[in-house]
Design a protein around this ligand. Structure first.
Ligand code: NAD
Ligand code: UGA
Length: 478
């Protein structure tokens, strides 16, 4: 089973960067990334490399290097599957919105559609690899669809055969290229040694042998959900202690450092913030909750569900606290929102804590000036389900008397701060650490407040600028 041609179905946050790195590390392989979404493919083929559909540090340079050589983006799903020895399924697996399992189970309709496409278009032997994050035992579903098309053809020459492997992705957005080029591990679950070996041979181009873990297919599927659940659990744990710090005079940064230096606990994923966002943590934990209930384990389900509940509570806690500090009302007040992405170095806003916090403040009648270096205005409008003001607030002083919340897309930090009653820092973009707080203080309306939900700002400089200051988990100043 020698791999020459790879097709990846799904040109999203995983398919795009992952295939780009494989193409870069394995110049002898031809990689085709296909997607139903024509606009997304058009953007991947844009000659202006700043306009790729996904922003990831380092990604554009590699796309520039490989595109048109051994990396191709197209909508030619049929042709590229036909030609492939190995197909990665890298499509979205969101939480089901309706029907059985709504709100918890993963919606597998896109994965099922891929299996049907491969069953229909593939030729000869094809290794089908689950790259998407999936409920345990999804490989069974994929196999049953693929194997239904087995041996329909009497002619041995054109007979179709398949192997199914699980190879979940562990990259984090914002550091995707680094994670892909130097992964902690590559996990491959499967049944047939020959197929596992074929996929290993791709990764061996740059990943050391000892980092390639082989397991049975169900362990691989479950390990991915478990990894995300453990990471998210650490964030909810530290955020719960953060609230306790604020109530007791302790400081979460000191507590994190103290517990993180215990090698059994470790220092990563102990940064308290506004709550985890991103497309996967919540969806994957809810999927685990659904599976646990399905397999008759309600205690396990409740344990994991509490991680998501705590996250929701944490976001609410922050918006309520802001309203309280601003004398019980934000109606008609201008509030600068710094950062809308779910973390720094990405343009992704899926499940960003900023969405719920902004919605709460809009509900209270605030006028938000939202700034983010990479997120576009139309994405924010979609997330908030509200179109922005066309003209700046300064031209509409009358808005101060309005009961209805509004928002405006701030093109610069300065525009966002001018005349603001408060600044709420929600994403830890580097450029927010360079704000001149003396100048900011002169621009803002007094008394002015700075809320640092990521704890990246310098408290001394802010306080020296006569600004009121709150930061997450700091009981010594709140
Ligand atoms: P995404 O929404 O960014 O991309 C998925 C793409 O698949 C979309 O462009 C969509 O048009 C395309 N698609 C759907 N059905 C298709 C079909 N039948 N044929 C062709 N194209 C089709 O999703 P993503 O963030 O890349 O996530 C993909 C999977 O990877 C999910 O299961 C997710 O849980 C998992 N994952 C994501 C991350 C991450 O950081 N985003 C990390 C690890 C794993
Ligand atoms: C996460 C995992 O880290 C990846 O291993 C996994 O592949 C991916 O989910 C996935 O399956 O989608 P990602 O969501 O891209 O990656 O980003 P993270 O760095 O994990 O951050 C998630 C959220 O947690 C962000 O909102 C971040 O700000 C928050 N976070 C992270 C904290 O609040 N504190 C921390 O200490 C770390």
């Amino acid at each position: 089973m020698k791999i020459k041609n790879i097709c990846c179905i799904g040109a999203g946050y995983v398919g795009g960067p992952t295939m780009t790195v494989i193409a870069d590390k394995c110049p002898d392989l031809q990689i085709d990334v296909v997607d139903l979404n024509e606009k997304r493919i058009e953007d991947w083929n844009n000659n202006d490399f700043t306009k790729l559909p996904i922003y990831e540090p380092g990604l554009a340079d590699i796309v520039k290097r490989r595109r048109g050589k051994n990396l191709h983006f197209s909508n030619l799903i049929k042709e590229k599957i036909e030609n492939a020895d190995l197909v990665f399924i890298s499509v979205n697996t969101p939480t089901k919105k309706k029907g059985v399992g709504a709100g918890k189970a993963s919606d597998l309709k896109w994965v099922e559609a891929c299996a049907r496409q491969v069953a229909e278009f593939s030729k000869g032997h094809t290794i089908v690899v689950e790259k998407s994050t999936l409920p345990v035992r999804t490989a069974e579903v994929i196999k049953s669809i693929l194997f239904a098309s087995y041996n329909l053809n009497e002619d041995k020459e054109t007979e179709k055969t398949f192997d199914v492997l699980s190879n979940p992705e562990f990259l984090s957005e914002g550091t995707a290229i680094k994670d892909l080029e130097n992964p902690d591990r590559v996990l491959i679950g499967g049944e047939k040694e020959e197929a596992i070996e074929a996929l290993c041979s791709v990764y061996r181009c740059w990943v050391p042998e000892e980092k390639i873990l082989k397991t049975n297919i169900w362990s691989s599927e479950l390990a991915k959900l478990t990894a995300n659940a453990f990471l998210a659990q650490r964030i909810s744990s530290i955020n719960s202690i953060s609230a306790l710090c604020e109530a007791t005079g302790a400081d979460i940064r000191e507590v994190s450092r103290a517990i993180g230096s215990d090698t059994r606990i470790g220092s990563k994923f102990l940064v308290s913030g506004p709550g985890f966002g991103g497309s996967c943590f919540k969806k994957d934990i809810l999927n685990l909750v659904y599976l646990s209930n399905h397999f008759g384990l309600p205690e396990v389900a409740n344990f994991w569900e509490s991680v998501v509940e705590l996250n929701k509570w944490n976001q609410k806690r922050i918006s309520e606290l802001i309203v309280k500090k601003l004398y019980g009302s934000v109606s008609g007040k201008k509030i600068s929102i710094l950062g809308f992405a779910f973390k720094a170095n990405t343009n992704d806003t899926r499940e960003s804590a900023a969405i719920n916090i902004c919605k709460d403040l809009l509900e209270e009648g605030a006028i938000l000036y939202i700034h983010d270096p990479k997120v576009e205005s139309n994405q924010i409008a979609k997330d908030l389900n509200l179109e922005p003001l066309k003209e700046s607030f300064t031209e509409h002083e009358s808005l101060r008397n309005s009961e209805i919340g509004n928002w405006y897309f701030a093109n610069s930090i300065r525009e966002s701060l001018t005349g603001a009653d408060a600044v709420i820092l929600l994403t830890e973009w580097d450029e927010y650490t360079c704000i001149d707080w003396r100048e900011a203080s002169n621009l803002m309306r007094k008394p002015s407040w700075i809320f640092d939900s990521r704890s990246i700002l310098n408290p001394e400089k802010i306080k020296a600028s006569c600004l009121n200051f709150w930061r997450i988990g700091d009981g010594s100043i709140n």
